[in-house]
Design a protein around this ligand. Structure first.
Ligand code: PLP
Length: 433
Protein backbone atom coordinates (compact mmCIF):
# COMPACT_ATOMS: atom_id res chain seq x y z
CA UNK A 1 0.00 0.00 0.00
CA UNK A 2 2.95 2.38 0.47
CA UNK A 3 5.57 3.21 -2.13
CA UNK A 4 8.26 1.65 0.08
CA UNK A 5 8.06 -2.05 0.89
CA UNK A 6 9.52 -1.63 4.38
CA UNK A 7 6.62 0.35 5.88
CA UNK A 8 3.64 -1.02 7.74
CA UNK A 9 0.89 0.06 10.14
CA UNK A 10 0.55 -1.13 13.75
CA UNK A 11 -2.57 -1.73 15.85
CA UNK A 12 -2.55 1.92 16.98
CA UNK A 13 -2.95 2.83 13.31
CA UNK A 14 0.52 4.35 13.27
CA UNK A 15 3.17 4.11 10.58
CA UNK A 16 5.98 1.66 11.39
CA UNK A 17 9.50 1.56 9.96
CA UNK A 18 12.12 -1.01 10.96
CA UNK A 19 9.72 -2.27 13.68
CA UNK A 20 9.69 1.24 15.21
CA UNK A 21 6.51 3.22 15.79
CA UNK A 22 7.12 6.50 13.97
CA UNK A 23 5.16 8.55 16.52
CA UNK A 24 7.41 7.23 19.28
CA UNK A 25 10.44 8.14 17.14
CA UNK A 26 9.06 11.66 16.62
CA UNK A 27 8.42 12.05 20.36
CA UNK A 28 11.81 10.73 21.36
CA UNK A 29 14.01 12.48 18.77
CA UNK A 30 11.89 15.48 17.76
CA UNK A 31 10.85 16.65 14.29
CA UNK A 32 11.77 17.19 11.57
CA UNK A 33 13.55 13.87 11.65
CA UNK A 34 15.20 11.78 8.98
CA UNK A 35 14.69 8.08 9.64
CA UNK A 36 16.74 5.51 7.73
CA UNK A 37 15.86 1.82 7.64
CA UNK A 38 19.25 0.16 7.89
CA UNK A 39 17.95 -3.29 6.98
CA UNK A 40 16.61 -2.01 3.68
CA UNK A 41 19.87 -0.19 2.85
CA UNK A 42 21.76 -3.42 3.48
CA UNK A 43 19.25 -5.44 1.50
CA UNK A 44 19.65 -3.13 -1.49
CA UNK A 45 23.45 -3.36 -1.26
CA UNK A 46 23.18 -7.16 -1.26
CA UNK A 47 20.78 -7.25 -4.20
CA UNK A 48 23.34 -5.44 -6.35
CA UNK A 49 26.32 -7.34 -5.02
CA UNK A 50 24.67 -10.76 -5.43
CA UNK A 51 23.58 -9.89 -8.95
CA UNK A 52 27.16 -8.98 -9.84
CA UNK A 53 28.32 -12.34 -8.49
CA UNK A 54 25.55 -14.27 -10.18
CA UNK A 55 25.40 -12.68 -13.62
CA UNK A 56 28.95 -11.44 -14.10
CA UNK A 57 30.83 -14.08 -12.16
CA UNK A 58 31.85 -11.54 -9.54
CA UNK A 59 34.18 -9.82 -12.02
CA UNK A 60 32.82 -6.46 -11.09
CA UNK A 61 32.33 -4.13 -8.17
CA UNK A 62 29.24 -2.23 -7.12
CA UNK A 63 30.09 1.24 -5.88
CA UNK A 64 27.65 3.09 -3.66
CA UNK A 65 27.35 6.63 -5.04
CA UNK A 66 27.93 8.50 -1.84
CA UNK A 67 26.47 11.79 -2.93
CA UNK A 68 22.98 10.33 -2.51
CA UNK A 69 23.61 10.28 1.25
CA UNK A 70 27.18 10.80 2.41
CA UNK A 71 28.05 10.24 6.06
CA UNK A 72 30.36 8.13 8.20
CA UNK A 73 27.36 5.89 8.75
CA UNK A 74 26.57 5.21 5.07
CA UNK A 75 30.28 4.74 4.26
CA UNK A 76 30.50 2.14 7.01
CA UNK A 77 27.46 0.26 5.76
CA UNK A 78 28.84 0.19 2.21
CA UNK A 79 32.15 -1.05 3.59
CA UNK A 80 30.52 -3.79 5.68
CA UNK A 81 28.45 -4.92 2.71
CA UNK A 82 31.56 -5.24 0.55
CA UNK A 83 30.70 -2.42 -1.82
CA UNK A 84 33.08 0.22 -3.09
CA UNK A 85 32.07 3.86 -3.09
CA UNK A 86 32.21 6.77 -5.44
CA UNK A 87 33.02 10.22 -4.12
CA UNK A 88 32.61 13.53 -5.92
CA UNK A 89 34.48 16.01 -3.73
CA UNK A 90 37.24 16.39 -1.18
CA UNK A 91 34.60 16.46 1.54
CA UNK A 92 33.10 13.14 0.50
CA UNK A 93 36.58 11.67 0.19
CA UNK A 94 37.48 12.98 3.66
CA UNK A 95 34.33 11.34 5.05
CA UNK A 96 35.34 8.02 3.48
CA UNK A 97 38.87 8.33 4.88
CA UNK A 98 37.47 9.02 8.36
CA UNK A 99 35.17 5.98 8.01
CA UNK A 100 38.30 3.86 7.31
CA UNK A 101 36.94 2.99 3.92
CA UNK A 102 39.36 0.81 1.89
CA UNK A 103 40.80 3.41 -0.48
CA UNK A 104 41.46 0.95 -3.30
CA UNK A 105 37.66 0.61 -3.64
CA UNK A 106 37.06 4.35 -4.06
CA UNK A 107 36.40 6.09 -7.38
CA UNK A 108 36.80 9.86 -7.38
CA UNK A 109 34.51 11.75 -9.78
CA UNK A 110 33.79 15.37 -10.58
CA UNK A 111 34.11 17.77 -13.51
CA UNK A 112 36.33 20.26 -11.68
CA UNK A 113 38.41 18.63 -8.98
CA UNK A 114 40.73 21.16 -7.41
CA UNK A 115 44.47 20.72 -6.94
CA UNK A 116 43.95 20.15 -3.22
CA UNK A 117 41.25 17.56 -3.82
CA UNK A 118 43.46 15.66 -6.28
CA UNK A 119 46.38 15.87 -3.86
CA UNK A 120 44.23 14.45 -1.06
CA UNK A 121 43.29 11.57 -3.38
CA UNK A 122 46.89 10.89 -4.42
CA UNK A 123 48.19 11.01 -0.84
CA UNK A 124 45.51 8.55 0.25
CA UNK A 125 46.00 6.15 -2.68
CA UNK A 126 42.46 6.42 -4.01
CA UNK A 127 41.78 3.42 -6.26
CA UNK A 128 40.66 5.27 -9.37
CA UNK A 129 40.39 8.87 -10.40
CA UNK A 130 37.69 9.38 -13.02
CA UNK A 131 39.38 12.06 -15.11
CA UNK A 132 37.01 14.56 -16.66
CA UNK A 133 39.20 16.69 -18.89
CA UNK A 134 42.70 17.32 -20.20
CA UNK A 135 43.62 19.99 -17.60
CA UNK A 136 42.76 17.59 -14.84
CA UNK A 137 44.81 14.88 -16.53
CA UNK A 138 47.91 17.09 -16.54
CA UNK A 139 47.38 18.26 -12.98
CA UNK A 140 46.90 14.74 -11.71
CA UNK A 141 49.97 13.50 -13.54
CA UNK A 142 52.03 16.29 -11.94
CA UNK A 143 50.74 15.61 -8.44
CA UNK A 144 51.23 11.85 -8.80
CA UNK A 145 54.80 12.58 -10.01
CA UNK A 146 55.44 14.74 -6.97
CA UNK A 147 54.48 11.80 -4.72
CA UNK A 148 56.18 9.25 -6.99
CA UNK A 149 53.01 7.32 -7.58
CA UNK A 150 51.17 5.94 -10.57
CA UNK A 151 47.46 6.65 -10.26
CA UNK A 152 44.89 4.44 -11.97
CA UNK A 153 42.50 6.51 -14.05
CA UNK A 154 39.31 6.12 -16.02
CA UNK A 155 37.91 8.70 -18.39
CA UNK A 156 34.42 10.04 -18.19
CA UNK A 157 32.90 9.60 -21.64
CA UNK A 158 29.70 11.15 -22.99
CA UNK A 159 28.16 8.22 -24.80
CA UNK A 160 25.42 10.46 -26.24
CA UNK A 161 22.47 8.59 -24.82
CA UNK A 162 19.14 10.34 -24.29
CA UNK A 163 17.74 8.68 -21.18
CA UNK A 164 14.31 10.37 -21.33
CA UNK A 165 14.53 11.99 -17.98
CA UNK A 166 14.28 15.46 -16.46
CA UNK A 167 16.74 17.71 -18.27
CA UNK A 168 18.45 18.75 -15.02
CA UNK A 169 19.53 15.19 -14.39
CA UNK A 170 20.51 14.28 -17.91
CA UNK A 171 24.24 14.02 -18.31
CA UNK A 172 25.00 11.74 -21.25
CA UNK A 173 24.75 14.11 -24.20
CA UNK A 174 27.39 16.21 -25.88
CA UNK A 175 26.00 19.42 -24.34
CA UNK A 176 27.04 18.47 -20.83
CA UNK A 177 29.66 19.82 -18.47
CA UNK A 178 30.74 16.26 -17.65
CA UNK A 179 33.39 14.31 -19.53
CA UNK A 180 34.74 14.08 -23.04
CA UNK A 181 32.75 13.44 -26.21
CA UNK A 182 33.01 10.67 -28.75
CA UNK A 183 31.64 12.58 -31.74
CA UNK A 184 34.52 15.04 -32.03
CA UNK A 185 37.39 12.70 -31.26
CA UNK A 186 38.05 14.26 -27.84
CA UNK A 187 37.84 10.86 -26.16
CA UNK A 188 40.56 9.28 -28.34
CA UNK A 189 42.84 12.30 -27.99
CA UNK A 190 42.75 12.26 -24.22
CA UNK A 191 43.27 8.48 -23.97
CA UNK A 192 46.23 8.68 -26.33
CA UNK A 193 47.71 11.59 -24.44
CA UNK A 194 47.31 9.80 -21.10
CA UNK A 195 48.98 6.66 -22.43
CA UNK A 196 52.18 8.68 -22.81
CA UNK A 197 52.16 10.16 -19.32
CA UNK A 198 54.34 8.61 -16.65
CA UNK A 199 52.33 8.91 -13.48
CA UNK A 200 48.90 7.80 -14.59
CA UNK A 201 47.72 4.47 -15.93
CA UNK A 202 44.58 4.31 -18.04
CA UNK A 203 42.64 1.31 -16.81
CA UNK A 204 39.07 2.12 -17.70
CA UNK A 205 36.30 4.15 -19.23
CA UNK A 206 33.31 5.52 -17.42
CA UNK A 207 29.89 6.86 -18.31
CA UNK A 208 26.87 7.95 -16.33
CA UNK A 209 23.82 8.62 -18.45
CA UNK A 210 21.44 10.27 -15.99
CA UNK A 211 19.32 9.61 -12.96
CA UNK A 212 15.93 8.22 -11.95
CA UNK A 213 15.76 6.20 -15.20
CA UNK A 214 13.11 3.45 -15.42
CA UNK A 215 14.19 1.92 -18.67
CA UNK A 216 16.87 -0.75 -19.07
CA UNK A 217 17.30 0.16 -22.73
CA UNK A 218 19.44 3.34 -22.31
CA UNK A 219 21.81 1.42 -20.01
CA UNK A 220 22.12 -1.39 -22.54
CA UNK A 221 22.74 1.14 -25.29
CA UNK A 222 25.41 2.86 -23.18
CA UNK A 223 27.11 -0.48 -22.50
CA UNK A 224 27.09 -1.19 -26.23
CA UNK A 225 28.55 2.20 -27.13
CA UNK A 226 31.23 1.91 -24.46
CA UNK A 227 32.23 -1.59 -25.55
CA UNK A 228 32.44 -0.32 -29.12
CA UNK A 229 34.75 2.41 -27.90
CA UNK A 230 36.94 -0.11 -26.08
CA UNK A 231 37.22 -1.99 -29.38
CA UNK A 232 38.13 1.17 -31.29
CA UNK A 233 40.70 2.21 -28.71
CA UNK A 234 42.35 -1.18 -29.11
CA UNK A 235 42.37 -0.95 -32.89
CA UNK A 236 43.30 2.70 -33.26
CA UNK A 237 45.76 3.28 -30.44
CA UNK A 238 46.66 -0.22 -29.40
CA UNK A 239 45.57 0.15 -25.79
CA UNK A 240 43.51 -2.56 -24.15
CA UNK A 241 41.02 -1.04 -21.71
CA UNK A 242 40.48 -3.42 -18.80
CA UNK A 243 37.68 -1.78 -16.86
CA UNK A 244 34.28 -0.36 -17.67
CA UNK A 245 32.32 1.78 -15.24
CA UNK A 246 28.68 2.16 -16.28
CA UNK A 247 27.59 4.69 -13.63
CA UNK A 248 24.30 4.73 -11.77
CA UNK A 249 20.88 6.25 -12.29
CA UNK A 250 18.45 3.38 -11.61
CA UNK A 251 14.97 4.69 -10.85
CA UNK A 252 13.02 4.26 -7.62
CA UNK A 253 9.38 4.65 -6.64
CA UNK A 254 8.48 8.06 -5.23
CA UNK A 255 4.78 7.88 -6.09
CA UNK A 256 2.53 5.24 -7.52
CA UNK A 257 3.15 6.66 -11.00
CA UNK A 258 6.73 5.39 -10.86
CA UNK A 259 7.42 1.90 -12.08
CA UNK A 260 10.94 0.84 -11.13
CA UNK A 261 12.70 -2.24 -12.43
CA UNK A 262 14.09 -4.78 -9.96
CA UNK A 263 17.68 -3.78 -9.37
CA UNK A 264 19.29 -7.11 -10.20
CA UNK A 265 17.72 -7.01 -13.66
CA UNK A 266 20.05 -4.20 -14.70
CA UNK A 267 23.13 -6.23 -13.96
CA UNK A 268 21.60 -9.32 -15.56
CA UNK A 269 20.89 -7.53 -18.85
CA UNK A 270 24.08 -5.50 -18.94
CA UNK A 271 26.20 -8.58 -18.26
CA UNK A 272 24.78 -10.28 -21.35
CA UNK A 273 25.52 -7.26 -23.50
CA UNK A 274 29.04 -6.68 -22.21
CA UNK A 275 29.89 -10.34 -22.77
CA UNK A 276 28.56 -10.45 -26.32
CA UNK A 277 30.07 -7.07 -27.25
CA UNK A 278 33.48 -8.18 -25.93
CA UNK A 279 33.38 -11.10 -28.36
CA UNK A 280 32.11 -8.95 -31.21
CA UNK A 281 34.93 -6.42 -30.80
CA UNK A 282 37.54 -9.01 -29.95
CA UNK A 283 38.49 -7.43 -26.62
CA UNK A 284 38.99 -8.90 -23.14
CA UNK A 285 35.96 -9.07 -20.89
CA UNK A 286 36.28 -5.91 -18.80
CA UNK A 287 35.98 -5.75 -15.01
CA UNK A 288 32.78 -3.75 -14.58
CA UNK A 289 31.64 -1.18 -12.06
CA UNK A 290 28.13 0.08 -11.40
CA UNK A 291 27.36 3.07 -9.24
CA UNK A 292 23.85 3.05 -7.77
CA UNK A 293 23.19 5.88 -5.31
CA UNK A 294 19.53 6.74 -5.09
CA UNK A 295 18.33 3.15 -5.46
CA UNK A 296 20.36 2.04 -2.43
CA UNK A 297 19.14 4.65 0.05
CA UNK A 298 16.05 6.49 -1.23
CA UNK A 299 13.29 4.06 -0.24
CA UNK A 300 15.02 3.33 3.06
CA UNK A 301 14.41 6.89 4.26
CA UNK A 302 11.40 8.80 5.48
CA UNK A 303 11.16 12.28 6.97
CA UNK A 304 8.85 12.97 9.90
CA UNK A 305 7.37 16.44 10.30
CA UNK A 306 4.90 18.02 12.71
CA UNK A 307 1.98 19.86 11.16
CA UNK A 308 1.88 23.43 12.50
CA UNK A 309 -0.75 25.13 10.41
CA UNK A 310 -3.66 24.42 8.11
CA UNK A 311 -4.75 27.22 5.79
CA UNK A 312 -7.82 26.56 3.69
CA UNK A 313 -8.08 29.29 1.06
CA UNK A 314 -11.59 28.64 -0.22
CA UNK A 315 -11.74 27.76 -3.93
CA UNK A 316 -7.99 28.25 -4.24
CA UNK A 317 -5.87 25.77 -2.31
CA UNK A 318 -5.49 24.16 1.08
CA UNK A 319 -2.04 24.55 2.56
CA UNK A 320 -0.67 22.29 5.27
CA UNK A 321 2.48 23.77 6.84
CA UNK A 322 5.13 21.57 8.44
CA UNK A 323 8.18 22.29 10.58
CA UNK A 324 10.72 21.51 7.81
CA UNK A 325 10.76 22.02 4.05
CA UNK A 326 13.26 23.03 1.38
CA UNK A 327 16.07 23.13 3.95
CA UNK A 328 15.85 19.39 4.56
CA UNK A 329 14.36 18.46 1.17
CA UNK A 330 15.17 20.85 -1.68
CA UNK A 331 14.10 18.45 -4.42
CA UNK A 332 10.72 20.04 -5.08
CA UNK A 333 12.13 23.52 -5.41
CA UNK A 334 14.98 22.20 -7.60
CA UNK A 335 13.18 19.72 -9.84
CA UNK A 336 9.48 19.82 -8.87
CA UNK A 337 10.03 16.27 -7.67
CA UNK A 338 6.97 14.39 -6.50
CA UNK A 339 6.71 12.53 -3.22
CA UNK A 340 4.07 10.57 -1.35
CA UNK A 341 3.22 11.10 2.29
CA UNK A 342 1.36 9.37 5.10
CA UNK A 343 -0.25 10.90 8.17
CA UNK A 344 1.85 8.80 10.53
CA UNK A 345 -0.56 8.96 13.51
CA UNK A 346 -3.52 7.76 11.39
CA UNK A 347 -1.70 5.76 8.79
CA UNK A 348 -4.70 3.85 7.47
CA UNK A 349 -6.96 6.89 7.01
CA UNK A 350 -8.35 7.16 3.49
CA UNK A 351 -7.35 10.11 1.29
CA UNK A 352 -10.27 12.54 1.08
CA UNK A 353 -8.99 15.95 -0.02
CA UNK A 354 -6.39 17.66 -2.12
CA UNK A 355 -3.77 19.58 -0.16
CA UNK A 356 -0.42 21.23 -0.71
CA UNK A 357 2.19 20.56 1.94
CA UNK A 358 4.42 23.59 2.42
CA UNK A 359 7.62 24.08 4.37
CA UNK A 360 8.46 26.91 6.75
CA UNK A 361 11.01 28.79 4.65
CA UNK A 362 10.50 32.27 3.24
CA UNK A 363 10.04 31.09 -0.36
CA UNK A 364 6.72 30.47 -2.05
CA UNK A 365 8.31 27.53 -3.86
CA UNK A 366 9.11 25.86 -0.53
CA UNK A 367 6.77 22.94 -1.10
CA UNK A 368 7.05 19.26 -0.27
CA UNK A 369 3.92 17.95 -1.99
CA UNK A 370 1.73 19.84 -4.41
CA UNK A 371 -1.96 18.99 -4.83
CA UNK A 372 -1.66 15.61 -3.14
CA UNK A 373 -4.69 13.57 -2.13
CA UNK A 374 -4.41 13.13 1.64
CA UNK A 375 -6.65 12.18 4.58
CA UNK A 376 -7.89 15.04 6.73
CA UNK A 377 -4.80 16.60 8.32
CA UNK A 378 -4.96 18.54 11.59
CA UNK A 379 -2.52 20.72 13.49
CA UNK A 380 -0.29 18.48 15.61
CA UNK A 381 -0.42 15.51 13.25
CA UNK A 382 2.83 13.85 12.26
CA UNK A 383 3.41 13.73 8.55
CA UNK A 384 5.80 11.18 7.06
CA UNK A 385 7.16 12.00 3.62
CA UNK A 386 8.33 8.76 2.02
CA UNK A 387 11.39 7.78 0.02
CA UNK A 388 13.48 10.70 1.25
CA UNK A 389 16.65 8.67 1.86
CA UNK A 390 18.50 9.99 -1.19
CA UNK A 391 19.40 13.58 -2.07
CA UNK A 392 17.59 15.01 0.96
CA UNK A 393 20.08 15.02 3.83
CA UNK A 394 22.93 15.30 1.32
CA UNK A 395 21.35 18.35 -0.33
CA UNK A 396 20.10 19.96 2.87
CA UNK A 397 21.00 23.54 3.68
CA UNK A 398 20.71 25.98 6.55
CA UNK A 399 18.58 28.42 4.55
CA UNK A 400 16.77 30.76 6.93
CA UNK A 401 19.25 29.51 9.53
CA UNK A 402 17.20 26.45 10.21
CA UNK A 403 19.33 23.69 11.77
CA UNK A 404 19.54 20.44 9.82
CA UNK A 405 17.48 17.62 11.36
CA UNK A 406 18.97 14.58 13.07
CA UNK A 407 19.27 11.27 11.24
CA UNK A 408 18.10 8.20 13.11
CA UNK A 409 18.85 4.68 11.84
CA UNK A 410 16.33 1.99 12.67
CA UNK A 411 16.65 -1.77 12.54
CA UNK A 412 14.54 -4.48 14.09
CA UNK A 413 12.93 -2.34 16.78
CA UNK A 414 16.13 -0.46 17.66
CA UNK A 415 16.73 3.21 16.85
CA UNK A 416 20.03 5.06 17.08
CA UNK A 417 21.06 8.60 16.22
CA UNK A 418 23.68 8.48 13.49
CA UNK A 419 23.84 12.22 12.83
CA UNK A 420 23.00 14.74 15.55
CA UNK A 421 20.48 17.50 15.05
CA UNK A 422 22.27 20.80 14.48
CA UNK A 423 21.96 23.40 17.18
CA UNK A 424 21.70 27.19 16.93
CA UNK A 425 25.28 27.27 18.23
CA UNK A 426 26.35 25.13 15.21
CA UNK A 427 24.80 27.73 12.95
CA UNK A 428 27.05 30.53 14.15
CA UNK A 429 30.21 28.55 14.84
CA UNK A 430 32.06 29.91 11.79
CA UNK A 431 30.81 33.49 12.12
CA UNK A 432 33.86 35.48 13.20
CA UNK A 433 32.62 38.99 13.76
C1 PLP B 1 25.08 10.81 -9.27
C2 PLP B 1 25.98 9.78 -9.81
C3 PLP B 1 25.73 8.44 -9.57
C4 PLP B 1 24.51 7.94 -8.83
O1 PLP B 1 23.32 8.24 -9.46
P1 PLP B 1 21.95 7.68 -8.84
O2 PLP B 1 20.92 8.27 -9.74
O3 PLP B 1 21.85 8.20 -7.47
O4 PLP B 1 22.02 6.21 -8.89
C5 PLP B 1 26.63 7.51 -10.05
N1 PLP B 1 27.74 7.90 -10.72
C6 PLP B 1 28.01 9.20 -10.97
C7 PLP B 1 29.24 9.56 -11.70
C8 PLP B 1 27.14 10.17 -10.54
O5 PLP B 1 27.41 11.45 -10.79
Amino acid sequence: MFVSENLSVNDKNRLVIGKNDTIELAEKFGTPLYVMDEDLIRKNCRTYKNAMDKYYDGKGLVLYANKAFCSLYTCRIAKEEGLGIDVVSGGELYTAIKADFPMDKVCFHGNNKTYDELELAVKNNVGHIIVDNVYELDTLNDIAGKYQKIMKIMFRIKPGIDAHTHSFVQTGQIDSKFGVALENGEAFDIIEKASKLENVKVTGLHCHIGSQIFDIEPFCKAAEVMMGLIGEVKNKIGIEIEELNLGGGYGIMYTEKDDPIEYDKYIEKISVIVKSEAQKHNVKLPFIYMEPGRSIVASAGITLYTVGGVKDIKNVRKYISVDGGMGDNPRYILYQSEYSAVVANKANAEPCEKVTVAGKCCESGDILLKDAMMPKIEVGDTLAVLATGAYNYSMASNYNRIPRPAVVAVSNGEAKIVIKRETYEDLIKNDII
